[in-house]
Design a protein around this ligand. Structure first.
Ligand code: AHR
Length: 641
């Protein structure tokens, strides 16, 4: 018997329980959510990222009609000191044009009739021959062209470059035909040299139409989850590789050509085009809270190719400056438009404060004296100057063990309001830990389950993993008074550039493949509540069956939402009783997500192998429901106490 006790006092739970964690790994940002189509637009790729990378990676020199010339890399008068490298296109024989071309991240997909913004920064280095004759008063003619899969011209725009000042040029291109793998080419047509940087091709059609925005299809697949918050930018990413290589939010705001690009600790390049402003704006566009994470002044214990021994702290004399950066972040997010950092936000187009409430400090750190000293320093200042901000502490990479225990002990000592827990464990572990939070101390820090995922030994996104997570999420709803936030990890992964499995959403340049785990997350996001109604299994079905259930009340709609997960390979007959209902609807919306085989996995390009079925069904104060094998069922109905 499953009893939903409507007479028992409903327990308020976190309305923000279900969110997402965005980390730039697996090409989640550049080549992913960030809609830029040109790869290495700023010529900042380098060998620290991949041994065979350099400033001209992903660019090729194009010579037409026996034209000749070459590309050189320069750094003597950059477009901005933060963006040191650029190229000089030196045309010795122009003929039909000499230029440089880019094929994007694997491919540049174009849609006929859609608008794309082509832009670049340039100055005229010289005309004629570099060390010889040339009329420096003549401008350099340039063509920017989009070429189709067969080399045909789909759109082009003409420019003239004159003068020694770096200037931005742009034009809207509308391809006449679609192309799967287009080529972007910039040609120069006279003998001479032109300096080029920030060569960009950006679709106009971004999520919510934002400039410098996000790929619409991917952003929408995230928005479909109805996330109440977004944790970003990592994960391990926030540490960087080494104590001074941490992700510095200040490097990611302001005009894109002035941002400080960096090696991504997952072994590729971050343009920072998707920076703090874009993250916060995305959150706002989805109605989600922003939950940024900063380091605790130490780098990862695995830095410097030293697994477990690489943690180093910022020198103590640098800590006041670092703490000030954290304070500046809060001013940037929440300060008035006329404050120093609020003005930077306002200049980017958001004079109103963003309303930052949570700040993660640290990620899976080893809880050492170095860590504690620096964390405490940051926390002290935040507590004093920004008591309105909830500082989220960290408890190591695992759900138990030394760092977990020490992290919690330290959090209690500092009286933190919240601690971040992470676990990547087997589906069995999730089923075995449904009572994990039932006994957590309600007078201590609250919990943010910041990263979790059920991992098969072969790391596939099976229905088994999705159901184990669904079962676990029912336990988080039951404990939504102590677990206030949760987010699956990781979120995005580009095919052919995936470093970590499983992920929630896979994609290519043109397609998005949400996993079964995404469906479960979406169902929870769509069917969340703000109070918990006591729900318990009693007696049958057979003890030990993998069943989990929770009920929440959604005060916005006045409905209760009963969720039942059957992790067994066989159907389970469940007698459900709504006890103490003063008034109960006779029909309910029922959503059933079930597959006959727990090994099912979505296949790219195919419809989801398991899809939720929605129908109206009759219900009564006591009714029998046979939960299909491997299923997650939701009942939504009106019920008064
Ligand atoms: O989610 C992938 C990684 O897992 C995160 O970067 C890190 O926090 C965790 O170890």
């Amino acid at each position: 018997m499953l009893t939903v006790d409507l007479a028992a006092p409903a327990k308020p739970i976190s309305p923000a329980l279900f969110g997402v964690f965005f980390e730039d790994l697996n090409y989640a940002a550049d080549g992913g959510l960030y809609a830029e189509l040109i790869q290495n637009r700023s010529f900042e790729y380098n060998a620290t990222e991949q041994a065979n990378w350099g400033p001209t990676s992903f660019w090729e020199v194009v010579k037409t009609g026996e034209g000749d010339g070459h590309l050189s890399v320069a750094n003597s008068r950059p477009v901005h000191v933060n963006n040191p490298h650029y190229v000089v296109l030196n045309v010795t024989k122009p003929r039909d044009g000499v230029g440089l071309a880019n094929r994007g991240f694997d491919q540049i997909p174009l849609e006929a009739g859609k608008r794309y913004e082509a832009s670049f920064w340039a100055y005229q280095a010289f005309m004629g021959i570099k060390w010889g004759e040339g009329d420096q008063s003549r401008p350099m003619p340039i063509t920017v062209r989009l070429e189709g899969d067969d080399g045909s011209v789909l759109a082009e725009a003409k420019f003239t470059i004159s003068g020694r000042a770096w200037t931005k040029h742009s034009a809207t291109l509308t391809p006449t035909r679609s192309a799967k793998a287009a080529r972007f080419v910039l040609f120069a047509h006279e003998q001479g040299g032109v300096a080029l940087d920030m060569i960009s091709l950006f679709p106009h059609d971004t999520f919510k139409g934002r400039a410098n925005g996000l790929r619409r299809d991917l952003a929408q697949t995230i928005a479909d989850l109805k996330p109440r918050f977004v944790r970003f930018p990592g994960g391990c990413l926030v540490h960087g590789a080494g104590v001074h290589a941490y992700y510095d939010w200040k490097h990611t705001v302001g005009p894109v050509e002035q941002r400080v690009e960096a090696r991504n600790s997952w072994g590729y390049h971050q343009t920072m085009g998707l920076g703090y402003f874009e993250y916060f704006q995305f959150c706002e566009d989805m109605g989600a809270m922003a939950v940024p994470v900063v380091t605790a002044g130490v780098c990862c214990q695995h830095s410097g190719d030293s697994p477990g021994r690489g943690q180093e702290g910022l020198p103590m004399e640098e800590m006041p400056g670092y703490v000030q950066d954290v304070l500046d972040l809060i001013e940037w997010a929440n300060g008035p438009a006329d404050s120093k950092w609020g003005a930077v936000r306002a200049a980017a187009g958001h004079p109103e404060p963003f309303g930052l409430k949570y700040l993660g400090v640290g990620n899976e750190d080893a809880i050492t004296p170095d860590f504690k000293e620096r964390f405490a320093m940051i926390n002290e200042v935040l507590k004093e100057k920004h008591p309105e901000i909830t500082v989220i502490g960290t408890s190591g990479p695992f759900p138990d063990g030394e760092d977990f225990d020490l992290g919690w002990e330290f959090a209690r000592e500092l009286k933190l309001k919240m601690v971040d827990e992470h676990y990547y464990r087997s589906p069995d572990w999730f089923w075995e830990n449904l009572e994990r939070y039932d006994s957590y101390d309600r007078s201590g820090p609250a919990v943010y389950v910041g990263e979790y995922a059920a991992h098969e030994s072969d790391r596939r996104n099976t229905l088994r993993t999705a159901l184990a997570e669904a079962a676990f999420l029912t336990s988080l709803e039951r404990n939504g008074d102590i677990v206030l936030l949760s987010s699956y990890a990781p979120l995005l992964a580009r095919r052919e550039h995936t470093q970590w499995h499983p992920d929630m959403i896979y994609f290519t340049a043109t397609e998005v493949f949400p996993s079964l785990n995404h469906t479960v997350q979406r169902l929870f996001g769509e069917n969340a509540g703000d109070s918990y109604v006591t729900t318990r299994f009693e007696g049958d079905p057979a003890a030990g069956a993998r069943l989990a259930a929770s009920t929440v009340r959604d005060s916005a709609t006045g409905e209760i939402v009963l969720k039942i997960v059957n992790g067994e390979d066989t159907p389970q007959k469940i007698v459900t009783q709504f006890a103490g209902a003063a008034g109960l609807a006779t029909s309910a919306q029922r959503i059933v997500f079930a597959g006959d085989n727990a090994d099912l996995v979505n296949a790219d390009g195919q419809p989801p192998v398991v899809q939720p079925k929605v129908e109206m069904v009759s219900v009564s104060p006591k009714f029998e429901y046979t939960a299909p094998a491997n299923s997650f069922t939701i009942f939504r109905l009106r019920a008064q106490r």
